[in-house]
Write a new protein. Structure first.
Length: 355
């Protein structure tokens, strides 16, 4: 074989090897993309897109005094194609998080992820989330995620014909399918820290007495008790609800966590417990108290989709807010974020020392 022929043969071989490697990489990427959060596989119509551990560089990472775990809590997204403002606010939040100088290692959605819990709402949510490379995403259900029973065949909100041929069970199944869950409540460990997400298990089609409250079964509360038993070492644990607790000593009702006495009793033996709720949509600026100290640290988040004033009016439609949590060796910091302006809110800035 002449030198020229040998060179042509070598070039052809290199081209074939390159093509084979490109094809292999494409097949591997397709395999990854088919996976969903929680390891579940489901049809492509409303399943949450694959999330990745993608964080911005943190110059302090791995150095003394650096945060050990950082995550963002988004409450009350109310995503709906009927209200483009909710989608715009969610995009503002996701775009803003890309600019952080410190990482977002988990994204936690504390209920009312959709406005009505319809399949079309989840499709809109998937469309929005799919445009971003996200860290692991976890969520629980809010009362609005059960609202499909109020929608009639013409797509109108219709109290007279509720449940309009639908069931609470269907809403739960839709939520669970989207997030790859077998139950509406679940937990996860990220960077060695425990996230526990509680969900209401019924709405007014199954339990009319529940109203807009969060009913937790004995099974779910026993599950919570079991999960908490691993925290005797005092390492902080983060518990998510949707509806807020009633005042201490009360058991709750509509718009509140219903088995509140039992819930508080389960948490009391443990230190460094952090509980977060949404539902109220209250602006971090100029409304109600957002941090209450009980036997645990209790925080009321604001809303991404619709921030409300004291009169529960969406008077500042441009606002979108969330809560950024960072865990350190000896403390936890919590900071309210205004996503529309990309700024931290001085009215929502807390440091809690660990004991």
């Amino acid at each position: 074989m002449s030198r020229r022929a040998f060179i042509r043969w070598m070039l052809g071989l290199l081209v074939m090897i390159g093509a084979a490697l490109a094809g292999l990489i494409k097949l591997l990427q397709q395999s990854v993309d088919r996976q969903t959060v929680g390891g579940a596989q489901a049809p492509d119509d409303v399943v949450l897109p694959k999330t990745e551990r993608v964080t911005n560089s943190d110059p302090a990472a791995g150095t003394p005094g650096a945060p050990l775990f950082s995550f963002m809590i988004l409450s009350d997204l109310h995503v709906s194609p009927d209200d483009p403002n909710t989608v715009r606010h969610l995009k503002q939040a996701l775009d803003d998080m890309k600019q952080f100088q410190s990482p977002v290692e988990a994204l936690v959605l504390t209920g009312d992820v959709t406005d009505y819990g319809r399949e079309r709402d989840y499709k809109e949510l998937k469309k929005t989330l799919s445009a971003y490379k996200l860290p692991p995403v976890y969520a629980n259900m809010g009362n609005h995620d059960y609202y499909d029973i109020w929608i009639d065949r013409k797509g109108a909100f219709n109290k007279d014909t509720m449940p309009n041929g639908k069931t609470d069970w269907q809403s739960r199944e839709r939520f669970q399918k989207f997030f790859g869950l077998s139950k509406p409540y679940h937990d996860a460990w990220e960077k060695g820290y425990h996230l526990i997400l509680l969900s209401q298990e019924a709405y007014v089609q199954e339990k009319p007495e529940v109203g807009e409250g969060a009913w937790y079964s004995d099974e779910q509360l026993d599950w919570l008790k079991e999960r908490l038993a691993s925290h005797k070492d005092g390492k902080p644990v983060f518990i998510m609800t949707h509806q807020p607790l009633p005042p201490a000593g009360q058991d709750g009702g509509s718009h509140q966590l219903i088995p509140a006495k039992k819930f508080r009793a389960l948490l009391k033996p443990y230190k460094n417990v952090f509980v977060f709720c949404g539902h109220r949509h209250q602006d971090f600026q100029g409304t109600v108290e957002h941090y209450v100290k009980e036997s645990f640290h209790y925080f009321h988040n604001s809303s991404v989709g619709r921030v409300l004033n004291r009169s529960y009016q969406n008077a500042a439609k441009e606002k979108a807010q969330g809560l950024y949590v960072q865990v350190y060796q000896d403390k936890v910091t919590l900071r309210g974020r205004a996503f529309e302006s990309g700024t931290w809110l001085k009215e929502a800035d807390w440091t809690v020392k660990l004991t």
